[in-house]
Ligand binder design. Structure first.
Ligand code: AGP
Length: 371
């Protein structure tokens, strides 16, 4: 495409390289039992009993997906906290807890305070950051550098997919050293990961469709994003992206939770954006998908319109949603890297149609360095 007018759009389109470079860097040392040059045996990873993830905004959403990745692949319990809450909370952190802070900039004040609190309590800290020379990279015990390249627009896009990639690689590595993932299974996951950049190019081909949807939906008074499992992280980030660049009201809920209150707010003026993808090789994913379909039946008729993300070849979601965007197939834990892209494009186009400054939305800074 010709050089885009806005950093946000350019950065959305840079995601295939961001994911590829992050995955290549992360996979480099697996065979030697080290990850990013650190011997994780010496770091005590094999005997950890808990992981705490602290982050803010989009980086926290990556952490929510990371929790699913680590718990599924490595069987270690993970908690995810807002960095702004953790720093002043009574949360218990011990030397057997590994703390992971996730931050694009490496300078967010709340996340830096969380890192310092964790270190003071004796926990080892891993920083996942896009800025190699940042404060949080310097203060961490271990570093994972996402290779998204400089991200200039305030809405975080390519840093998010790079964070998801790094977290997936780390979770897979933990799964291998804790003997929860067999070598062949790990190789299969790595080959799926290697196929993501090409799939991301396919998803970026939905840009014109996302723009058409934005034209159709720009006048809605609000948006509800719904998903299940690891996809909740994507719904949350889709809602955040839309609100920060368009200034429209948008919220995310786990699909099943909508019935417990939020349903009352849904009328013809509200659009529902539902993530209804499925990994046909994964029984948990299939069970969640069936439940999602029954949630969509409940929502149909109440909401003005449902826009759904579905998996290529699916024939059921399209009967329940007014508009369906089809995504390439991938393992459940990797689907978020594809799913967020149309939501970023939708947010971008709505904001442009409403005349917003997408690269520098009102009242927001790229890094919140004062708390
Ligand atoms: C995301 O689009 C936001 N601009 C914001 O939520 C951001 O992710 C948050 O401030 C955290 O920043 P960091 O990743 O640089 O720590």
């Amino acid at each position: 495409m010709a050089s885009p007018k806005h950093n946000m759009l350019r950065e959305i389109f840079e995601q295939p390289e961001a994911v590829q470079q992050t995955a290549e860097a992360a996979s480099a040392d697996v065979s030697s039992q080290s990850f990013y040059g650190v011997s994780w045996k010496e770091a005590g990873l094999a005997s950890l009993d808990r992981i705490l993830i602290a982050a803010s905004g989009t980086s926290r959403h990556a952490g929510i997906a990371g929790k699913f990745m680590i718990e599924s692949l490595a069987g270690i319990p993970v908690e995810v906290d807002y960095a702004s809450e953790f720093q002043l909370s009574p949360a218990v952190v011990s030397p057997k807890t590994l703390t992971i802070v996730i931050t694009q900039s490496g300078e967010t004040a709340d996340t830096l305070a969380a890192l310092r609190k964790a270190k003071k309590s004796g926990s080892k800290v891993v920083t996942i950051s896009n800025v190699e020379q940042s404060s949080m990279m310097k203060e961490a015990d271990f570093r994972i550098h996402t290779k998204a390249g400089p991200e200039l627009a305030v809405p975080s896009t390519k840093a998010f997919t790079a964070q998801l990639t790094a977290l997936f690689c780390f979770a897979l590595f933990l799964g291998e050293i804790r003997k929860k993932v067999a070598r062949e299974q790990a190789a299969a996951f790595r080959s799926e990961l290697a196929s993501l950049p090409a799939k991301l190019q396919t998803v970026l081909g939905l840009d014109a469709k996302c723009e058409a949807l934005a034209r159709r939906f720009r006048d809605r008074s609000g948006f509800i994003f719904a998903a299940r499992g690891v996809h909740n992280a994507v719904a949350m980030d889709g809602a955040l992206k839309l609100k920060e660049v368009s200034y429209l009201h948008s919220e995310a809920f786990p699909s099943g939770e909508i019935l417990h209150g939020p349903l009352a707010t849904i009328d013809e003026d509200i659009a529902v954006i539902a993530i209804a993808t499925v990994d046909g090789a994964d029984s948990d994913s299939k069970a969640r998908f069936e439940k999602t379909l029954s949630n969509l039946k409940e929502l149909k008729g109440r909401s003005g319109k449902i826009i759904a993300l579905a998996s290529e070849g699916d024939t059921r979601v399209g009967k329940l949603a007014e508009e369906t965007l089809y995504l390439p197939k991938a393992p459940d834990l990797l689907l978020p890297i594809l799913e967020i892209v149309p939501l970023q494009l939708f947010a971008y186009h709505i904001a442009i149609l409403l005349g917003r400054n997408v690269d520098s939305p009102r009242s927001l800074a790229k890094a919140v360095v004062n708390d």
